[in-house]
Write a new protein. Structure first.
Length: 114
C-alpha cells in the first residue's frame, strides 16, 4: 500500500532536488515583488519558502542565478502551504533557460545518492 505522498511522488513528471542551503529567487506578480529562498527544484518547477505567498493561480515572473547565467521564467502558483511557502509550476522557459536548468539539475543529481 502506498501513502498519499508516495503516490504524489510517483506521478511527478520531473525529479526534484532538495536544496539544503537554498538558492535565492527574485519574483514578482500578484502585486508583490520579493526575494525568497528555493527549497526544492526540478525541471517542472520549484518550492519557495515564503510565509506570505500569493494565492493559488497567481502568475509570477521569476529570476535566479545558476552557473552559466541568469534564468528568467514564468510560473504559476500551484499550491500554498500557509506560513511556509508555495509550489510553483514553470509555464514558460525559453530554450536558453531550459538548457541552463538542465545543466544545473544534471550537476546536482550527480551529487545526490539514489
Amino acid at each position: 500500500m502506498t501513502t498519499q505522498s508516495e503516490t504524489y511522488a510517483i506521478t511527478r513528471r520531473h525529479r526534484r532536488i532538495v536544496l539544503p542551503k537554498g538558492m535565492l529567487v527574485a519574483w514578482y506578480g500578484g502585486g508583490e515583488q520579493r526575494v525568497s529562498r528555493v527549497e526544492t527544484l526540478g525541471m517542472g518547477g520549484l518550492f519557495v519558502a515564503e510565509p506570505n505567498a500569493p494565492c493559488v493561480g497567481t502568475s509570477l515572473r521569476l529570476s535566479f542565478e545558476v552557473p552559466g547565467g541568469s534564468v528568467h521564467v514564468e510560473a504559476i502558483v500551484r499550491n500554498v502551504t500557509p506560513g511556509e511557502g508555495m509550489g510553483l509550476e514553470f509555464t514558460r522557459l525559453n530554450t536558453r533557460d531550459r538548457v541552463l536548468m538542465e545543466i544545473l539539475l544534471r550537476r546536482l543529481l550527480r551529487q545526490v545518492p539514489d
